[in-house]
Design a protein around this ligand. Structure first.
Ligand SMILES: [Zn+2]
Length: 317
């Protein structure tokens, strides 16, 4: 795959359709080898799908179809900057079961200004947008300076409080500072999830103490660096745990067959859930049901996977 290696290793930035897509085995088509055609025993919500990434430009409809065939029925499409958030909204309008987030990723924080803030505020009022983010702090790469990141994050904390919508957070090597900034706003913010959690026990408990949710990816499937997570996943309460692919990034390393192109996609989420269930010592179906219930409550989706109008702005106006 093109692009610098980190792009593929770590989380980066990352009217419904008129003709219903068939939910059949044929939907898997040629892309996924037989051994990768999973089907979750219960419907799943992929809370982090970067479907506006260029790598999905040519076959998005087939990607959505394969997700459904795998029983991954709801996809939260991550919006990491204005352009991608607008594209995510357009996808949510086009496909049922797709929703969008709208935020400015810490990598792009240097671009934060008043007009971007206004554009975000507008996006957050849209019914397709179910969370504010992806936003947060990434002191691992510092593509924007820490000061720029904190400024953009602080502003987005304010926007989350204003909209009443939950936060979709990104954090890398910035746990203590993220907690500190979030703490000041915690009472004003509905809910928050730290997506693609990969940190240590102290950081996990720091987040749980703030009553945050935790998003787990296929990082746990990585025998080189997922070990500590395997111990930790048991300690996440099931009503605080959600699952995600963070596709096209973070292709699980232990898949039972090789995937041409090495692009992760939502249809592979059942494999990740199976792995998490294994390390939690729980049943796959039970975990699938629990994470879906948690995600539906978190993003205010009803059981049919539709957004409910519960944003504070909508309630008050
Ligand atoms: Zn992220």
């Amino acid at each position: 795959m093109a692009g610098p290696p980190w792009l593929w290793l770590q989380c980066a930035k990352a009217a419904k359709e008129r003709s219903p897509l068939a939910d059949t085995d044929a939907a898997f088509n040629d892309v996924l080898p037989e051994a990768l055609r999973f089907r979750s025993p219960a419907p799943l919500v992929d809370i982090g799908a970067n479907l506006t990434h260029d790598s999905f430009g040519r076959d998005l409809e087939a990607v959505v179809r394969r997700a459904r065939a795998a029983n991954v029925t709801t996809l939260i499409v991550t919006g990491t900057d204005r352009t991608h958030a607008e594209q995510a909204v357009a996808l949510a309008q086009r496909y049922s079961g797709l929703f969008a987030t709208a935020g400015v990723h810490p990598h792009d924080a240097s671009r934060w200004d008043a007009s971007l803030a206004a554009a975000m505020r507008e996006l957050h009022q849209r019914p397709e947008v179910v969370a504010v983010g992806e936003c947060g702090l990434d002191f691992n790469r510092n593509f924007s300076t820490p000061a720029e990141q904190e400024r953009a994050f602080e502003a987005q904390l304010g926007l989350a409080a204003e909209s009443g919508k939950p936060l979709f957070l990104h954090e890398r090597d910035a746990g203590p500072r993220l907690r500190e900034m979030l703490k000041a706003w915690r009472d004003d913010i509905a809910d928050a999830v730290v997506h693609c959690f990969t940190a240590d026990r102290d950081t996990l408990y720091g987040y749980l103490d703030l009553d945050l949710h935790i998003g787990l990816t296929g990082w746990i499937c990585d025998e080189r660096r997922g070990h500590h997570l395997r111990e930790l996943v048991r300690e996440i309460p099931s009503d605080r745990l959600m699952v995600e692919t963070d596709c096209p990034y973070l292709l699980p390393r232990d898949l039972p067959a090789r995937l041409k192109g090495r692009r992760n996609e939502p249809a592979l989420l059942p494999w990740i859930v199976r792995e998490i269930a294994h390390w939690r010592g729980s049943d796959e179906a039970e975990l699938a049901r629990a994470t879906t219930k948690t995600a539906q409550r978190f993003f205010r989706l009803n059981e049919a996977g539709e957004a409910q109008e519960t944003g504070r702005a909508q309630q008050e106006s």
